[in-house]
Structure formats: structure tokens, C-alpha cells
Write a protein that binds this ligand. Structure first.
Ligand code: SF4
Ligand code: SF4
Length: 272
């Protein structure tokens, strides 16, 4: 049993964690750890958790879907992983039901490590279709292609704090920002799935010239003239059944990228 603390001075949260520890202690081997999302990539705690043998039951302050994919990314629970969310009202009842099956040695160990707040995407690998759009869209090199071509979050700490932009581009709702508070779908709440944002998809099409999955056109996206009622593809914003628009001048592209960076910076300032 793994219990991840919130790590704040919130007395109610601490009481909830301690109740969970007390419920688990008699029936399972319990490891209490700092907030998993904020642990550095190279933390010795990740190595310790990845080395656990047998099925892992993890309780965190994240929704279950991002918690599962965060743990899996670090190799935790390869022999079986069940996640509980301390955000859920029924987490104590769920724990009682699960511990009835788990059994265990009945010990509690607390691991501590200083961690500063972090912000980065967690990818739901069950949903990711390896289209690479997030990698093409991100200006900061957070994503890369692995040796087998699979998407990897290679440089998570390059992500702009507070920015969830690529979750709006992903066509599969696979990109989660577990601490995002303004949209449950981006945070990965149960029953909520992020749908792509047309404006973000149009920006992706314009910068990257990717083939559109809806209208199949490739190349730079046209910006419709103000007041134009010409049909446009709702997915990529390209004009439908019309001649390809000329490539935007390099200066226009950089202006748009600068505007995106300004938007990201504004988000960062609002969070700090
Ligand atoms: S955009 Fe979404 S589906 Fe495409 S590679 Fe990125 S995470 Fe996977
Ligand atoms: S949120 Fe922004 S900075 Fe972070 S990975 Fe996505 S596009 Fe890159």
C-alpha cells in the first residue's frame, strides 16, 4: 500500500491521510511518501517504488487516471496496480473493500524528500495514438520521440507552469495536467475526457502543416478573411474545396509563435 501525501499545511488533508494510514496499517505493508507528482525524476523514492514486488495499491491526491499513468511512467506496479483517489468521497469504503483481499505484513514506513512544486504533462498511454501532434506543437521541447518512435515526455521540467496548451491539441484526450484546476477534463477527473480545441488545432495546422484527419488537406492552414462565409474545416480551419493558400511569410509565423509564448507567460504570471 502506497499513500502519497498532499504535502501542505492543510490539516483536513493531513487528517484524511492519517485515517487512511490507520485503516491500512493492520492489513498491509504501508509506504507513506511525499506528493508523487512533485517528486524529481531522479528521486530515490521513485527507484524504491519501482522495486516493490507484487501488486501495488496506491492512494494519491490526484484523480485515478493521471495517478495510474504517473506511476506507470516510473515503472511502479508492474505486477498489478490499483489506484485510489483521496479526492473521492468514497475512498475509505473503497480501501476497506480492497484490503479485504490484499492482506499483508502490517507495517508503516514514511519516506521523505524535499521537493519543489512541478508542472508537466502526464500521458494516458491507453489513449495515445502516437500522432506526434503534441511534440510538433510544443515550443519548449518537452516531448521527444523515443528510440522506437514512441512519444516520451523527455524534458518535463521545461513545461511552462500553468500551461495546459497541448492537452487542447491532442486529438485523443490523452494529455493530462493533474493539478489543473480550471477544467476537470484536463485534470483527468473520472468520466471526463478532453476534446480538442478548434483554435489550438488550427494553430497546430498552421505551424506544422500536418494533414487534417477530417478534410485530409495538408499544408499551411488558411486564415479566413474577416466576414468571409466560405466553408472551413472545423477541425483544422482550412478552407474547404478551395485552392491552397500561400505559405505564410516567416515573419507572420514568428509573430504567431510570439503571441503564443505571451499567452503562456500570462498564464504563468497568473499562477505565481
Ligand atoms: S497528441 Fe495525443 S495522441 Fe498524439 S502523440 Fe501526443 S499524446 Fe499521443
Ligand atoms: S503545456 Fe505547453 S509547454 Fe507544456 S508540454 Fe504542453 S505545449 Fe509544451
Amino acid at each position: 500500500m502506497l499513500i502519497s501525501r498532499l504535502g501542505s499545511d492543510d490539516a483536513a488533508a493531513r487528517a484524511r491521510e492519517d485515517r487512511l494510514v490507520a485503516l491500512s496499517a493492520g492489513a498491509a505493508r504501508v509506504l507513506v511518501v511525499p506528493h508523487l507528482y512533485h517528486l524529481p525524476e531522479t528521486s530515490s523514492i521513485w527507484a524504491r517504488l519501482a522495486a516493490l514486488d507484487g501488486p501495488v495499491l496506491a492512494a494519491t491526491w490526484l484523480h485515478p487516471r493521471p495517478a495510474e499513468w504517473l506511476l506507470r511512467r516510473h515503472g511502479v506496479g508492474a505486477s498489478g496496480l490499483t489506484v485510489l483517489s483521496l479526492l473521492a468521497d468514497d475512498c475509505f469504503a473503497a480501501l476497506r473493500a480492497l484490503l479485504g483481499e490484499a492482506g499483508g505484513a502490517g507495517t508503516v514506513e514514511e519516506l521523505s524528500e524535499a521537493a519543489t512544486p512541478r508542472w508537466y504533462p502526464v500521458v494516458d498511454r491507453d489513449r495515445c495514438r502516437e500522432c506526434g501532434h503534441c511534440r510538433q506543437f510544443c515550443l519548449f521541447g518537452v516531448y521527444a520521440a523515443g528510440p522506437d518512435g514512441q512519444l516520451v515526455v523527455a524534458n518535463p521540467d521545461r513545461c511552462k507552469p500553468g500551461c495546459p496548451a497541448c492537452s487542447r491539441v491532442c486529438p485523443e484526450g490523452a494529455i493530462l495536467f493533474p493539478l489543473y484546476t480550471q477544467d476537470d477534463a484536463i485534470a483527468g477527473a473520472p468520466g471526463r475526457l478532453m476534446t480538442p480545441d478548434p483554435a489550438a488545432r488550427r494553430m497546430l495546422a498552421r505551424h506544422c502543416g500536418i494533414p487534417c484527419p477530417a478534410c485530409r488537406q495538408a499544408g499551411p492552414a488558411a486564415t479566413p478573411a474577416p466576414g468571409s462565409d466560405a466553408p472551413i474545416c472545423p477541425e483544422c480551419g482550412r478552407a474547404l474545396a478551395s485552392a491552397p493558400e500561400p505559405e505564410p511569410a516567416a515573419g507572420e509565423v514568428f509573430d504567431e509563435i510570439d503571441a503564443l509564448i505571451d499567452d503562456l507567460d500570462a498564464l504563468t504570471e497568473r499562477r505565481s
